[in-house]
Design a protein around this ligand. Structure first.
Ligand code: SF4
Length: 234
């Protein structure tokens, strides 16, 4: 194996030749993303897109439109995105009220200043932890942080280290460190990395039961090497 086979640029090159160029399936504007994220549950590109489409066509997504609709109507519309629509409706109302009251209706303009403060502000919104804040910072064009898809932090860690950690936060941090070390600090390079890792983690390198036998990059993967060696006949 070439000694750089497990470098992230090489892994991404292989993933891109397999999956093609990836595009985000969600809005990049920070406020729109917050709304989109609450449009589906369990949150996925598909469920959120269904709820988002319905919300756009029947109510609109501007803060004043959400507040004017009220929680009961929002809940009826949000059923298109899956479970707990009443709870998601309440959260959308909360988000809309805060955008009006604390940001004068313009969240993007309010996300200025030191990165730590912007991150803190994002994490005050419901259902936004570090992975969500990183995603908004990167795709919203605020800072080229090493964001990692929240449901796929294991992918790069398995490939490079052989096994993800039991602690989610440690795995997420290790994946971030790998991107920070190997991927140029610009928006194009880091959004490309995010999207390719996400695609691979959702289709082949799943958190449970990765399909290693069908994985086209298994020859570059430390997890595969370790597990193949463990079952090799003697
Ligand atoms: S070989 Fe298995 S663990 Fe490694 S990247 Fe492919 S699916 Fe993931």
């Amino acid at each position: 194996m070439h000694r750089d086979a497990r470098s992230i640029p090489e892994i991404l090159r292989q993933l891109e030749s397999l999956y093609g160029k990836q595009e985000p399936g969600w809005p990049s504007d920070p406020y729109d993303f917050l709304v989109w994220w609450h449009c589906g549950y369990p949150a996925s590109d598909t469920s959120c897109a269904k709820g988002w489409e319905k919300l756009n066509s029947e109510v609109g997504v501007e803060p004043r439109q959400l507040l004017a609709a009220g929680a009961a109507r929002l809940a009826r519309v949000l059923k298109a995105g899956g479970m707990v629509p009443e709870l998601r409706a309440m959260r959308l109302m909360e988000i809309a009220a805060r955008i009006q009251d604390e940001y004068g209706g313009d969240l993007r303009a309010g996300l200025a200043g030191p990165l730590s403060k912007v991150r803190q502000a994002l994490k005050r919104f419901p259902n936004i932890a570090d992975p969500g804040a990183d995603r908004i910072l990167l795709f919203g064009g605020i800072a080229p942080v090493p964001a990692v898809p929240s449901n796929c932090p294991h992918v790069l860690v398995r490939i490079q280290r052989g096994q993800e950690r039991e602690n989610y936060g440690v795995t997420y941090r290790e994946a971030q460190e790998a991107i920070e070390a190997e991927i140029p600090k610009n928006f194009d390079a880091r959004t490309r990395a995010y999207l390719l890792v996400k695609r691979h983690g959702q289709t082949v390198c799943k958190r449970r039961n990765p399909e290693c036998e069908n994985c086209p990059i298994s020859s570059s993967c430390a997890f595969f090497a370790a597990n193949t060696a463990a079952v090799a006949p003697v």
